[in-house]
Design a binder for this molecule. Structure first.
Ligand SMILES: O=C[C@H](O)[C@H](O)COP(=O)(O)O
Ligand SMILES: C=C(OP(=O)(O)O)C(=O)O
Ligand SMILES: [Mn+2]
Length: 446
């Protein structure tokens, strides 16, 4: 059994420039929290992290496809059994559709159990002449618009740690206890053919049903399929929190982030010489980097140099978030540079963050069709380049919120007001998520 202990030294990110960090008014309180976190048990284990690396190596080789999904920002208020179950169920249903459509294993990763810190475009928010610190995620401050709520409070990191732990506990019970059994997942899918939104997928759902019945008749041991691997990921934004969650694996002497299986650096914090990349460079987990439409081939190669100098399999994922109108021009030169370099990466599309708009009635939203157009562009570009479209990264929830426009339910601008609940970015609702899975399954099977 490999043991994880708190290391003497962690990656040297402190000398580097660090963007998007909260300004805590009380340095002693911050130090007390991080000292406490260093004594806490890991949330994930080195062996699980290594298993995800092996799965990501398959993605690089085109032998598996990644599905990453969850809230833009998890909230403490939504840290409930029902909310977690609905999100998990949505991701598992999408995965079932994709597995069948692609006849390829799906690596299932939740933006869950730790997605509590947010980078923002502006450090402040002004309402009716009052300017306060921007909301930066429940691990930092409270969304309520009062000076007290918006003041960064380091003790919220402890709360985030504990809630991440309870979320993981529930995820583990569901995915290990038979809840994710393929037969159950399929039974969740019944219902959708009755909904007009799914008319066009009826034949596909019938096919899945037939395949399940065939397997059962052929005596497939469904009990062997009772358990599924489900991994947790979040943006490694809060340097103090992430640093405090690093542990050393006694067997190998390697450092692991134990706050999640996979961590990514966001588009706003991915400068190759900056602190976030330094922190990720120092841990053995699989890591991701979000890259936007202005990313240059040189920057991508600098990220490969920093994060995967030896070209180890399963280490680095590039999550492109270009915008539907940019991806077909912006992605090919980056792919070309990475191909010429030769070190492996997996390519994942985030079709959400490059396609955010604000409606006339003031809602930050995204159009389902535009989102799907970016996914289509991602497939087209990779197919043309001969590289593997490795996965999708989406902001979604298991609830029937009305945050993104369009989809089979034809959510329009006026409807957004009905259930607009996100704290930061608009998420696909349960139906829109399934619809996306069906469309992506078609793209994959082509
Ligand atoms: O989730 C991503 C970013 O945190 C988010 O898009 C920033 O939103 P803002 O432009 O409202 O700060
Ligand atoms: C902040 C996010 O994305 P990006 O860094 O790509 O803007 C996010 O994934 O919520
Ligand atoms: Mn977001």
């Amino acid at each position: 059994m490999n043991e994880l202990s708190t290391p003497q030294t962690t990656p040297s990110w402190r000398a580097c420039k660090a963007a998007q960090q909260p300004s805590y008014p009380d340095a002693a309180a911050l130090a007390a929290v991080t000292a406490d976190l260093r004594t806490r048990p890991p949330l994930v284990f080195a062996g699980e992290v290594d298993a995800l690396r092996r799965a990501m190596a398959k993605v690089e080789r085109g032998e598996a496809f990644v599905l990453m999904g969850g809230d833009c920002a998890e909230s403490f208020a939504d840290n409930t059994a029902n909310n977690i179950r609905a999100k998990l169920q949505t991701v598992l249903q999408m995965a079932a559709v994709l597995t069948y459509g692609a006849s390829t294993p799906i690596v299932k990763i939740g933006r869950m159990a730790g997605q509590y810190a947010k980078p923002r475009s502006s450090d402040t928010e002004t309402r009716d002449g009052l300017t306060l610190p921007a909301y930066r995620g429940d691990a930092v401050n409270d969304h309520a618009f009062t000076p007290q709520a918006r003041t960064p409070d380091p003790t919220r990191m402890l709360d985030a740690y504990l809630r991440s732990g309870t979320t993981l506990n529930l995820i583990r019970s569901f995915t290990m206890g038979g809840y994710a059994d393929l037969r159950e997942v399929h039974s969740w899918n019944r219902g959708f053919t009755a909904n007009p939104a799914y008319k066009r997928f009826e034949a596909f759902a019938d096919e899945i049903d037939r395949a399940m019945r065939f397997m059962a008749a052929a005596g497939v041991d469904f009990d062997a399929l009772r358990q599924v691997d489900f991994y947790a990921a979040h943006e490694a934004l809060l340097l103090e929190y992430e640093d405090a969650m690093i542990r050393e694996d006694s067997r190998s002497g390697r450092l692991y982030s134990t706050s999640a299986h996979l961590l990514w650096a966001g588009e706003r914090t991915r400068e190759p010489q900056d602190a976030h990349i330094a922190l990720l460079a120092g841990v053995h987990n699989p890591v991701g980097v979000k890259i936007g439409p202005r990313t240059t081939p040189q920057e991508v190669l600098a990220l490969v140099d920093r994060l995967n100098p030896q070209g180890d399999p399963g280490r680095l994922t590039l999550i492109t978030r270009m915008g539907a109108d940019r991806i077909r021009q912006a992605l090919p030169p980056l792919i070309e540079a990475v191909q010429a370099d030769g070190r492996p990466v997996s390519w994942v599309t985030d079709p959400m963050h490059g396609n955010t708009i604000t409606t006339a009635n003031g809602y930050k939203t995204r159009r389902f069709d535009t989102i799907m157009d970016e996914v289509r562009g991602f497939f087209e570009v990779h197919r043309a380049a001969g590289t593997h479209p490795g996965g999708i990264h989406v902001e979604l929830t298991g609830d029937d919120v009305t945050e993104c426009l369009g989809g089979g339910e034809h959510i329009d601008e006026a409807t957004l007001a009905r259930r607009y609940e996100t704290l930061v970015d608009p998420r696909l609702n349960h139906q829109q998520s399934l619809e996306m899975a069906f469309e992506v399954a078609e793209m994959l099977s082509r």
